[in-house]
Design a protein around this ligand. Structure first.
Ligand code: FE2
Length: 440
């Protein structure tokens, strides 16, 4: 991961010609000036002729999207799969125990190297904003220092937001509260938590109260691992919504996972959803992880475990999908592909209508950007010229094909290209090039 802007002039102008936008408009050109979109519309070539020699990207009608955004990730653990051993049971709790075994073996350089490798993967996939939780239950705060370094190093390419995450429990771990405050003093962006992992329900509720107060005092956002459990009585999201209201943190608080909601009593959920919406609490589901970690204590039928995504959306809650894990103690797969995340979320939530499939694309783009509070995000005049060109004609086709990222732009500069996925079919009496899209 290098800074592509280091040796460049501040002023870059580019024309992106003949795109399809996520809202369905086709034949759209976008003019970039000083790293932001200066004009968007049809036939800009004629209206705003470029100076001689300025770059032109011919999109050939493919879909141009704002970049992918991952609202929930663990960059301190990523790419550590197999260190020091693999998770034999595949459960959340063995994953936490395994992470505890790995922590004393970590070095800052190894953490930085793995995080930078992941950021390279992310940039190539058009994933240009990531909110990562970072474990603060380590007296050395090794991972905090490593990811603060990475945040600065990748800033020209990726917006990295750090969450102070007390993995071992804010009250359950004797030094977590002090270390969380130390991490925030060092510049970590967001207050995290894990109320369902505290010793008792009341300790969980107390941790939510304390953490929201810390965020309010410091003017920070909150993002808690909340009710990542199959226990229908794990109801910390209710407490999180309450303190969000009490402290007037509307729009700045996120409940991540919320898997217990999958198993909750329907009548209780009918009361809960309006409370979450009223408090302006964002929700993040992590489909790849929820479908593999939840329901592990079930016989058949096995619960899916993912939170109630379409119902939350229908209640007016902003819902994003996160990747959560890639090749770490909790999950052995993944490749920084937010279209894989969207595709899994779509399937697990059975969101198969046209509107719902488009909503799944939003969950890894605009909704996730709202969770992070990103400034200047989107394909609008004045926004940062950050975008990804996909080998697809629509958001639904992008999810179906997990479309190739033909080009990735950051601040108007091309930072990654991938060759189109095309197969040459050679059969007796028939030869064809196929890319799995329907004829236009
Ligand atoms: Fe997580």
């Amino acid at each position: 991961m290098r800074n592509p802007h280091a040796q460049r002039a501040a002023r870059i102008t580019m024309l992106i010609r003949n795109t399809t936008l996520p809202d369905g408009r086709t034949g759209i050109d976008l003019l970039v000036r000083d790293g932001r979109f200066a004009a968007i519309g049809p036939n800009l070539t004629h209206a705003l002729p470029l100076p001689e020699g300025e770059p032109v990207l011919d999109a050939e009608g493919w879909l141009l999207s704002p970049p992918f955004v991952d609202a929930h990730f663990h960059m301190d653990a990523t790419l550590s799969y197999g260190l020091p051993r693999v998770n034999a049971s595949g459960t959340l709790l063995e994953g936490i125990a395994l992470w505890g075994e790995l922590k004393p073996l970590l070095t800052q350089q190894a953490l930085v190297d793995r995080a930078l490798q992941y950021c390279d993967w992310a940039a190539a996939k058009g994933l240009l904003a990531i909110r990562t939780h970072v474990d603060v239950c380590d007296e050395r705060l090794l991972a905090v220092d490593a990811l603060l370094q990475v945040r600065e190093q990748v800033r020209p390419v990726i917006d990295l937001q750090l969450v102070a995450f007390p993995q071992d429990g804010l009250l359950r771990s004797p030094t977590a509260l002090v270390n969380l405050q130390r991490a925030l003093d060092k510049g970590v962006d967001v207050v995290g938590g894990i109320p369902h992992f505290e010793r008792t329900m009341s300790d969980g509720a107390e941790s939510v109260k304390l953490l929201c107060e810390i965020a309010a005092q410091r003017g920070l956002r909150v993002d808690m691992h909340c009710d990542e459990s199959d226990d229908p009585l794990s109801r910390h999201i209710e407490t999180l919504a309450f303190h969000t209201q009490r402290l007037k943190l509307h729009g700045r608080v996120t409940g991540s996972h919320l898997t217990s909601m999958h198993s909750m009593d329907n009548y209780y959920v009918s009361k809960l959803l309006p409370l979450i919406a009223e408090a302006g609490v964002h929700a993040v589901a992590n489909p790849l992880i929820n479908i593999t970690l939840q329901g592990r204590h079930d016989g058949y039928p096995k619960r899916r475990g993912m939170t109630r995504v379409p119902e939350l959306m229908a209640a007016g809650v902003n819902v994003a999908f996160g990747h959560d894990c890639v090749m770490d103690p909790w999950y052995s797969l993944g490749s920084a592909d937010m279209l894989e995340v969207a595709q899994m979320g779509l399937h697990v939530a059975q969101m198969t209508s046209q509107a719902q499939m488009r909503a799944c694309f939003d969950a890894v783009t605009v909704n996730a950007a709202r969770v992070m509070g990103l400034e200047g995000y989107g394909l609008e005049v004045g926004c940062h010229a950050d975008a990804v060109l996909l080998q697809a004609r629509s958001p639904i086709e992008a999810i179906r094909l997990r479309a190739t990222r033909l080009a990735v732009l950051r601040r108007g500069e091309l930072i990654a290209r991938t060759a189109p996925a095309v197969a040459q079919l050679s059969l007796p009496g028939r030869s064809a090039r196929i890319d799995w899209t329907l004829p236009r």
